[in-house]
Design a binder for this molecule. Structure first.
Ligand code: FAD
Length: 367
């Protein structure tokens, strides 16, 4: 049996590996000239680690180091708005890992035969019968897996009338600083902007920043330093040691709910199926869950029934997590003085168990 995977990001490589491990011939068509990932850190939460366990890679990440569960959310003056019980979180769900994106891609890529990777191949269209048209040719397979991200060609080909990605109203910067000592991972909320940091196992610090802005607007490191200069430690210091050429900026999009993740001999997964606001740090974890579930179900039931079961299992879960992710991040992007003052007064008074209750079921997933 043969699977063609459109897109060699984390979701596509994980799917290719899951099918390869079940004896399928796989080919990953990736438009970039190399199969790698740019930029920054990636938090892999307990459910994502369990999905990687299904590929035999979970312990590699656990051994690589952990920043622990997120410690919570602070205001710009350092006051705790939400404080997580990190000992209890880790006891209940297991460890959180932090990894450089390129490292995770390398772990996945290394388990695939070189012949499975076709970088420099841009897919232009996909048909329900499993035919893929790319620059320079056409290929067919028993199954086509669209893992080509939020602006997926696979999705547009198979569901031409489905709603496209929706801009969330804020842009994101990501960067890795040099070595700097911070205690655990923390997010800070201001007025329509926020700053998060996570210590990497090698001593560097992964930072992400978000701010309300029209799509397409661009801001350099100097302006970010000015903008966040009055924030509590360690924000100015981290921006102070960042290098301008290492700052990545992307606008943030989410995908409106799709009515199906499968049609004919085609399935979509990861951001191609359910790109979500990055507020819960679950996008890649969900792509990993999708990948191993798809392979397990197709292996157990055959293509038609396996695809149906994949859709049945994955669509409700991922759409619920996407909705939650949008909601929990919304107060960070309130920009009126009154609303943020009320938020900063109310949040510390709420029990942390109540605040965490809606997301914690996401961590318990297992294949
Ligand atoms: P992508 O990573 O978008 O990969 C798609 C691939 O398809 C790319 O390689 C692309 O080049 C290729 N491609 C596209 N079109 C074509 C074509 N026509 N032909 C051939 N190839 C094509 N998730 C977490 O789990 N933890 C986190 O800590 C986390 N932090 C985040 C922070 C930010 C600021 C953001 C924006 C997201 C974050 N996410 C996080 C979400 C996560 O990055 C994504 O959900 C995940 O990378 C999606 O993987 P994917 O493989 O589905 O898609």
């Amino acid at each position: 049996m043969k699977a063609l995977v459109v897109g060699g990001g984390i979701g596509g490589l994980a799917a290719a590996l899951a099918f390869h491990q079940r004896g399928w011939t796989v080919e990953v068509l990736e438009r970039a000239p190399e199969v790698t990932e740019i930029g920054a850190g990636l938090s892999i939460q307990p459910n994502g680690l369990r999905a990687l366990d299904a590929l035999g890679l979970g312990d590699l990440l656990r051994a690589g180091g952990s920043a622990g569960p997120p410690r919570g959310i602070r205001s710009t003056d350092g006051t705790w708005l939400i404080r997580n019980d990190i000992v209890e979180l880790e006891r209940r769900f297991g460890p959180w890992a932090i990894v450089h994106r390129a490292t995770l891609v390398e772990y996945l890529r290394a388990e695939l035969p070189a012949s499975a990777l076709r970088p420099g191949t841009t897919v232009r269209a996909v048909s329900v019968d499993g035919t893929v048209h790319y620059d320079g040719g056409t290929a067919t397979a028993d199954l086509v897996i669209g893992a080509d991200g939020v602006h997926s060609v696979t999705r547009r080909s198979i569901w031409p009338h489905a709603a496209g990605p929706r801009y969330l109203g804020y842009t994101t910067w990501r960067l890795l600083t040099g070595a700097y000592a911070v205690r655990g991972s923390v997010e800070m909320w201001g007025k329509g902007e926020r700053f998060g940091y996570v210590p990497m196992p090698d001593g560097r610090v992964y930072c992400y920043l978000m701010a309300n802005a029209p799509a397409g607007s661009r801001t350099g490191l100097e302006q970010l330093r000015d903008r966040f200069a009055s924030w509590h430690d360690p924000v100015p210091a981290l921006l102070g040691i960042a290098r301008p050429d290492e700052v990545l900026q992307h606008d943030t999009y989410e995908l409106p709910n799709m009515d199906a993740y499968v049609r004919g001999n085609v399935a979509v997964l990861g951001d191609a199926a359910h790109a979500m606001a990055p507020n819960l740090g679950q996008g890649a974890c969900q792509a990993l869950e999708d990948a191993v579930t798809l392979a397990a179900e197709v292996d157990a039931r055959g293509i038609e029934a396996g695809l149906a079961q994949y859709d049945h299992l994955r669509r409700p879960r991922t759409q619920k997590i996407a909705q939650l992710s949008r909601r929990v991040g919304a107060p960070a992007h309130w920009d009126s003085a009154l609303a943020t003052a009320l938020r900063d007064t109310a949040l510390p008074r709420l029990p942390s168990a109540l605040l965490g209750r809606s997301i914690t079921p996401a961590y318990s997933w297992a294949l």
